[in-house]
Ligand binder design. Structure first.
Ligand code: PEP
Ligand code: MG
Length: 870
């Protein structure tokens, strides 16, 4: 098998489109090389080799090592240098590169090939002894960390001691002799740590480094990263071995990273940072603060000119924003990487929109460029700036949005506090890949060092978390878990607000305001609407929520949970009176008091959704949910309703159920206390008829919950129709309406053909359907679901993303059985899954007519529905 692909000016073997085989980095290098962009030559070991390596118990597959040696020989010829040479040695970098980029997740070794002998050659060929030994000591440190497992800090200590001894601050102030001495000290450390000399055979070094990259695929932080990003553990990583170019040979050298457009705002400006006289990792690691790329234009105009030409060529070639890495060696530009630039949702929208205007891509591509999961960010709150706040520091606006939370100072704390339901802001000097779990758990991230392309910034943007980075004004004391800024001390647990759009750090909780759709986003959503076939409705119970949903583009209400209306204001008293009543007469008396409120609610809802369908579900939850349970509350309510506390307690006991979710709820309430549903149906149709009289268009859809047998539905449907007809006749109007049911019990799906005889629509209540199909209580699953997900029993929380192979079958069966007797049966989904992009893709496949989700998810759902259709 072919495991190794060479790339170089004269011969590029790999297909630059094949990221699955070559990894993202390897594919980019092959592609850049083949379109004539200056790239140092090298070769890529495929992801398949890595996969095979794991299959063979971490042994190299047959032929791999020979192919590596052959490619190395080709590389030596191309460079006119030899590995380990004492005159002019070839040095290489060894880097990982999975098919999807995992920034900072895996290990890299630079300057490989340096030994006690070849370092002399490097000194000779570069004419710079200090540079040669500086490279060697960097190599020993990196190789030891990545391959031999000797921590960075041990080397950093030696370096610090040396600087102290010399009375200097910067590494650059150390001279050649110092570097030589450092090399000796580093080697001595290696010897004492592993009991062997630092490897002096470059080929052995290479083999070790390749092993380490393969191994790094399964280190903890890589695994965590894959889990968060839903990437498969089976992909493996490629290994890129590339000849070194040096950004650290002097002041005509440098290294940088850049985006072809601003990844934060999407603006069409070249955006990036570079460091003079530095090596690649220095920029990303956030150790020295880099210069903005614009400065390169004055510092090295010629190189900047080349860079401009290259980035424009790359963007035109890929027709998307590129995230590039480059190195300048003695005034010559080399590209080390290009990949699709990660961007904020705001930038994704602007870039997609702009590129359509520029004629670079079509609308379909633009819609596909904006990830539904991501646009959720645009719907996130911003700080209300009309109020004055105590701004105590300002850092870089690294990832937009605002967050309020309690300060925590370690990733572990962020995770454990968040697990307790706390909202936290993770405060770190800088983040590293180990912190990824904590970053995910936090509302936002605040760091003291590092630039716009530092780890914290890049990862936060990818996650859609707000982030303020490089906030030099804060002094962090990790040990005491506090930081100070402008004379204010923020301790662990203190509340602060960060604004990732401005970089501001604010004491206390700022007032956040809800976002609005930008013009460009609204435009892209209208493009999305032209591609999607699924309808998008909202789950809303109030006129306000309905209004929000409508502004976000909802095409109706898919679920109004009427029980939410029962709690409001005074009416809860009447509801309780109804529950406390001992007979039908008492209940009817109380219900008569509830009815005007309900009618009022429906008037509001129908008005807000005028012209659009409004699905109203009749009462669903068990009645005990409406009465108080602790003594204090019981006393208060007893007084208010004029009954004794004993009576109320007795009623609570009577209503107590062992499995309320499988108990006296849903249509079972409507069958045992018909007067409740009757009151609701009257309220619905009186409200509707009144509006029709005023000339409004109203489309009520009455929905019966928790049906398991067609007989339940038959009875309640007949009741509904009777009340509806009577009311419509009484008002003397014309009104079309539908009566349907939720499918949220397995038996309903299994007998959907019988049920469809009596239902004009089905709405899949996948919350309950998941609960009842899996036998997993939606209210108690928190104790074990995370462990189930961790152990891989569930790939994802089945209450978040639909269990396609289980629950999904019931949905499909429900649709096909239902349509077998009623071909025009309308079908939708109103469980939480209705706002989840993966579940929406499933709904498309299952042939549903619409999805219904919370108002703020409506834009996400519109986009996801378009993606599902394309
Ligand atoms: C459902 O069960 O999916 C549903 C939408 O109803 P609820 O969440 O109110 O039980
Ligand atoms: Mg339900």
């Amino acid at each position: 098998a072919k495991w190794v692909y060479f790339f170089g000016k004269d011969r590029t073997e790999g297909d630059g489109k094949n990221k699955n085989l070559l990894g993202g980095k390897g594919a980019g290098l092959a592609e850049m090389t083949s379109i004539g962009i200056p790239v140092p030559p090298g070769f890529t070991i495929t992801t398949e080799a890595c996969v095979q390596f794991y299959k063979d118990n971490k042994n190299y597959p047959a032929g791999l090592w020979d192919q590596v040696l052959a490619a190395l020989a080709t590389l030596e010829t191309a460079m006119g240098k030899k590995f380990g040479d004492i005159e002019n040695p070839l040095l290489v970098s060894v880097r990982s590169g999975a098919r999807v980029s995992m920034p900072g997740m895996m290990d890299t070794v630079l300057n490989l090939g340096l030994t006690d002998e070849s370092v002399k050659g490097l000194a000779k060929s570069s004419g710079n002894e200090r540079f040669a030994y500086d490279s060697y000591r960097r190599f020993i440190q990196m190789f030891s960390d990545v391959v031999l497992g000797i921590g960075h800090h041990q080397f950093e200590h030696i370096l610090k001691d040396m600087k102290n001894a010399r009375g200097v601050k910067e590494d650059t102030e150390l001279n050649a002799a110092d570097m030589k001495e450092l090399v000796e000290k580093y080697k001595a450390l290696v010897l004492s740590e592993i009991g062997r000399q630092f490897p002096q055979d470059p080929k052995e070094q290479l083999k070790y480094a390749i092993d380490a990259v393969f191994d790094s695929w399964n280190n903890q932080r890589a695994k965590t990263c894959r889990k968060i990003n839903k990437m498969s553990d089976d992909w493996g990583t490629a290994v890129n071995v590339q000849s070194m170019v040096f950004g650290n040979m002097g002041d005509d050298c440098g290294t940088g990273v850049a985006f072809t457009r601003d990844p934060s705002t999407g603006e069409k400006v070249f955006f990036g940072e570079y460091l003079v006289n530095a090596q690649g990792e220095d920029v990303v690691a956030g150790i020295r603060t880099p210069e903005p790329i614009a400065k390169l234009q004055t510092a090295m105009p010629e190189v900047f000119g080349q860079l401009e030409e290259v980035y424009k060529k790359l963007e035109n070639h890929y027709k998307d924003v590129q995230d590039i890495e480059f190195t300048i060696e003695r005034g010559t530009l080399y590209m080390l990487q290009t990949r699709t630039g990660k961007r904020t949702a705001r930038a994704a929208v602007k870039i997609a929109y702009d590129m359509v205007q520029e004629g670079l891509i079509d609308k379909r591509t633009a819609v596909l460029r904006v990830a539904p999961e991501q646009v959720d960010q645009l719907l996130h709150p911003m700080i209300d700036t009309s109020i004055k706040y105590d701004i105590i520091a300002k850092g870089l606006p690294a990832s937009p949005g605002a967050a309020v939370g309690k300060a925590v100072f370690s990733a572990e704390d962020a995770e454990s506090w968040a697990a307790q339901g706390e909202k936290v802001i993770l405060v770190r000097a800088e983040t590293s890949p180990e912190d990824i779990g904590g970053m995910h758990a936090a509302q936002g991230i605040l760091t003291a060092t590092g630039g716009m392309t530092s780890h914290a910034a890049v990862v936060a943007r990818g996650m859609g978390k707000c982030c303020v980075a490089g906030c030099g004004a804060i002094r962090i004391n990790e040990h005491q878990r506090l930081f100070t800024a402008s004379g204010v001390t923020i301790k662990e647990g203190d509340i602060l607000t960060i604004n990732g759009s401005t970089g501001e750090v604010i004491v206390g909780a700022a007032k956040l305001i809800e976002p609005e759709l930008s013009g460009e986003f609204a435009e892209i959503l209208t493009w999305a609407d032209t591609f999607r076939t699924l309808g998008v409705r909202a789950n809303a119970d109030t006129p306000h929520d309905s209004q929000v949903a409508r502004e976000f583009g909802a095409e109706g209400i898919g679920l109004c949970r009427t029980e939410h209306m029962f709690f409001d204001g005074n009416r809860i008293d009447a509801v309780r009176e109804m529950i406390l009543a001992d007979n039908e007469e008492g209940r009817r008396k109380a219900l008569a008091k509830v009815k005007p409120y309900q009618k009022e609610d429906f008037l509001g809802l129908f008005t807000a959704m005028e012209g659009l369908p409004v699905t109203i579900r009749l009462l669903d939850p068990p009645l005990h949910e409406f009465i108080p349970h602790n003594d204090e509350e019981i006393d208060r309510v007893a007084k208010a309703s004029g009954v004794s506390a004993e009576h109320l307690k007795a009623k609570a006991t009577e209503l107590h159920e062992f499995n309320p979710m499988l108990g006296h709820r849903g249509c079972r309430l409507g069958l045992t206390y018909p007067e409740i549903y009757e009151m609701q149906v009257y309220a619905i149709f009186e409200a509707a008829c009144e509006l029709v009289k005023q000339g409004k268009v109203v489309k009520p859809e009455v929905m019966i919950p928790l049906v398991g047998s067609y007989k339940e539905l038959e009875i309640l449907k007949d009741m509904t129709n009777e009340v509806a007809q009577e009311t419509i006749a009484r008002y003397g109007v014309k009104l079309d309406y539908l009566v349907g049911t939720m499918i949220e019990l397995p038996r309903a799906a299994l007998t959907a053909n019988e049920i469809a005889e009596h239902a004009q629509f089905f709405s899949f209540g996948t919350n309950d359907l998941t609960q009842t199909t899996l036998g997993v209580s939606r209210d108690d699953a928190g104790k074990f679901l995370p462990i189930y997900v961790e152990k891989g029993i569930f790939k994802e929380d089945p209450f978040v993303s639909i269990d396609v192979s289980g629950v999904g079958q019931l949905v499909e069966m429900g649709v096909s059985k239902g349509r077998s007797v009623r071909p025009d049966l309308k079908t939708g989904i109103c469980g939480e899954h209705g706002g989840d992009p993966d579940s929406i893709a499933f709904c498309q496949k299952a042939g549903l007519n619409y999805v219904s989700c919370s108002p703020f998810r409506v834009p996400v759902a519109r986009l996801a529905a378009a993606h599902a259709a394309l």
